[in-house]
Design a protein around this ligand. Structure first.
Ligand code: NAD
Ligand code: UDP
Length: 342
């Protein structure tokens, strides 16, 4: 069965490609490499022994999409990762974010309809919940006004998909709301490749440990949490990737056509920034330099998932410990830096 993975050379996409190949799917990737590197394909090959089909173009280009879908017939399902994802950048360049994240989705949906593809898995985010009133946050918690253009593109995208399904009875979609993906493949050949200074906590930690950053900036220690730092639900990227296969199989097996479902993908446990730092120090034996800075604008105090719906209906559960996720992230950082210096 052929599955199209947009953004398949990116962080979560590449790990999902591996799970798809290992589950026996034939994978076709579209990626314009705006935030990833073609060498990821070699990493995938090293792990699975297979190169996925790869086409490089921008999904915002409708003609390129037409050419692609004329070339590749018989695609059964699409997993749509391709998007820009940096919250801060989206505040500075909102039009770039609205254009890329929404035009790519509109183009893709148009082709999905005209080529009778019925199954879509969409990458959404827990940002849609903002600061939830009660925790853990379940799927029926209200969606809050987005705090950034990036977050807004995720909310608008879910609405666009819902309306499209409403008007086209054959299509179904599962929207997966990720919490905080971290870690790398345990085989060490693929992982997160932030371009420039990382925005996210774990790549900042591993780059600091490697000596690329002078110190970790801890954004605020005066939150109303047990140690004053923010709490998040860190979900291992391999666990997260497996949920995409479960989502796909749910749609294929149950044939729940004309359905839009949402699932929270988190481990269901919150860790503070300082707990993550301490866990990293424990598993690596490295003493991490850090400084407490002011709060980062837009950060919410705490969020963690109620993953029970995904546990029950997708028959999926996050199983990787924070220790192992941080270790895989660290192994990937070392492997990648050594490779760069070769
Ligand atoms: P990533 O940047 O590593 O991967 C996205 C990939 O899409 C990149 O390889 C990029 O080159 C490609 N891309 C972007 N726009 C494109 C376009 N117009 N045409 C073709 N290719 C394009 O990001 P990721 O962390 O793997 O995230 C994947 C998805 O998950 C995104 O939709 C993101 O918003 C969502 N998400 C990520 C996180 C996270 O923390 N990583 C959290 C919640 C949701
Ligand atoms: N964080 C930090 N220093 C960094 C990056 C992040 O202290 O260099 C904190 C951030 O303030 C938040 C948590 O780590 O409390 C997770 O941030 P990240 O950007 O990884 O994910 P977010 O939850 O914002 O999507």
């Amino acid at each position: 069965m052929k599955v199209l993975v947009t953004g398949g050379t990116g962080y979560i996409g590449s790990h999902t490609v591996i799970e798809l190949q290992q589950a026996g799917y034939e994978v076709i990737i579209i990626d314009n490499l705006s935030n990833s590197n073609i060498e990821v394909l070699d990493g995938i090959h090293k792990i699975t022994g297979q190169y996925p089909i790869f086409e490089k173009f921008d999904i915002c280009n409708s003609q390129d999409c037409n050419n692609f879908f004329s070339k590749y017939k018989g695609i059964t399902a699409v997993i749509h990762f391709a998007a820009y994802k940096a919250v801060g950048e989206s505040v500075e360049k909102p039009l770039m974010y609205y254009y890329n994240n929404l035009v790519s989705l509109l183009n893709l949906l148009d082709k999905i309809l005209s080529h009778n593809i019925n199954y879509l898995v969409y990458s959404s985010s827990c940002t849609v919940y903002g600061q939830p009133e009660s925790l853990p946050v379940a799927e029926n918690a209200p969606v809050q006004e987005a705090k950034s253009p990036y977050g807004n593109t995720k909310q608008i995208s879910e609405e666009i998909i819902k309306d499209t399904i409403h008007a086209n009875k054959k299509i179904s979609c599962i929207s997966l709301r990720y919490f905080n993906p971290i870690g790398a493949h345990p085989n060490g050949f693929i992982g997160e490749l932030p371009i420039g200074e990382p925005n996210n906590l774990v790549p900042y930690i591993t780059q600091t440990a490697y000596g690329i950053r002078e110190y970790l900036r801890v954004f605020g220690n005066n939150y109303n949490t047990h140690d004053g730092t923010c709490i998040r639900d860190y979900i291992d990227v391999v666990d997260l990737s497996k949920a995409h296969i479960a989502a796909l199989q749910r749609m294929l097996v149950h044939k729940n056509i004309n359905n839009f479902e949402v699932f929270n993908l988190g481990a269901g446990k919150g860790y503070s920034v300082m707990e993550v730092v301490q866990c990293f120090e424990k598993v690596t034996g490295i003493r991490l330099k850090y400084k407490i800075l002011n709060r980062r604008p837009g950060d919410i105090e705490r969020v963690y998932a109620d993953p029970q719906k995904a546990n029950a209906r997708l028959n999926w559960k996050a199983t990787t410990s924070l220790d192992n996720s941080l270790l895989s992230a660290w192994n990937w950082e070392k492997y990648y830096r050594k490779k760069l210096n070769c």
